[in-house]
Design a protein around this ligand. Structure first.
Ligand SMILES: C[S@@+](CC[C@H](N)C(=O)[O-])C[C@H]1O[C@@H](n2cnc3c(N)ncnc32)[C@H](O)[C@@H]1O
Length: 268
């Protein structure tokens, strides 16, 4: 088991999240659970896409993330609005928060950067950190979703990996609040279908007045999970009454769902 999760949510990638990722259907979906069960913990809160709107509305939510850069930018954004949340840097498999919670939720963070043993350990930590009767809400992008490289599960397609980079100069640029321009590019490097795991790389660049002033490269490992494996893992961690929603809507998942969301209860 490797000890440090490997994600790309640092430096310019963190900056990109803070600047450009502020919306999405996940925000109202998870909010319902937070409203019904406080205090709540946003695990892998990133730069606060969900956390900050909840805090703005007076909900009692803490946040944690493995990336100190994401947490620093989340704190900066919160402070600009006069908010002072409890935020801490921790990998989810070693979660050790300052209090226990009625709700723990994970949006877009499970299976990133870790190995399977760590992921199973994270579920056990969530169970430990919930109050009796508390709820875990955890989403998972299905491995066959349109956002994932399903074709690389096949041997012929995998043989073409890694794909070559396009020049970063040709990537779409977006202007940040500081006037600089930013671009991100990612590529899949390898996929192991037996272990249900892929490695990606991301390149990030920043331009000022048209001049390239910063370039970075980061690596991300992703563990792919199917619904039934997650159900078994949740059961092994002690959760009961698990519901499976599709695509961040309070409705049962179907074969067309890109995401599943597992809503699991710690026994009272
Ligand atoms: C896709 S972003 C989602 C951020 C936020 N939840 C949102 O939806 O806007 C994934 C986040 O998971 C964090 N992360 C990745 N692996 C983690 C781990 N093992 N423990 C805690 N956080 C992790 C990353 O640092 C990043 O902030």
């Amino acid at each position: 088991m490797s000890s440090a999760p490997s994600t790309w949510h640092y430096g310019l990638v963190a900056k990109w999240w803070a600047e450009f990722n502020e919306e999405g259907p996940e925000i109202p979906y998870f909010r319902g659970y937070v409203e019904r069960g406080q205090p709540a913990l946003d695990v892998a809160c990133g730069t606060g896409r969900l956390l900050i709107p909840y805090l703005r509305d007076g909900l009692d939510v803490d946040g944690c993330d493995v990336s100190q850069d994401m947490i620093a930018l989340c704190r900066e954004k919160a402070e600009r609005e006069g908010l002072s949340p409890t935020l801490f840097v921790q990998p989810m498999h070693a979660l050790d928060p300052p209090r226990s919670y009625r709700t723990i939720f994970v949006c877009g963070g499970f299976g990133l950067g870790s190995d399977r043993a760590h992921d199973a350990q994270a579920l056990r930590r969530f169970w430990e950190c919930l109050e009796p009767g508390g709820t875990l809400v955890l989403d998972n992008e299905n491995p066959y979703s349109s956002g994932y490289p399903w074709k690389f599960w096949l041997a012929d397609e995998r043989a073409a990996l890694p794909r070559t980079w396009e020049p970063i100069e040709e990537a779409d640029r977006r202007r940040g609040s500081d006037g600089a321009e930013y671009a991100l590019q990612s590529r899949i490097v390898e996929l192991d279908p037996l272990e249900q795991r892929a490695t990606y790389e991301m390149r990030a660049a920043m331009w000022r007045d048209g001049e390239l002033v910063r370039e970075e490269e980061h690596t991300l490992r992703i563990n792919f999970y199917f619904k039934n494996e997650l159900l078994l893992l949740l059961e092994r961690a002690g959760f009961v009454d698990v519901l499976v929603h599709g695509d961040h809507r309070p409705e049962p998942a179907v074969a067309e769902s890109e995401f599943v969301v597992l809503v699991a209860r710690k026994p009272a």
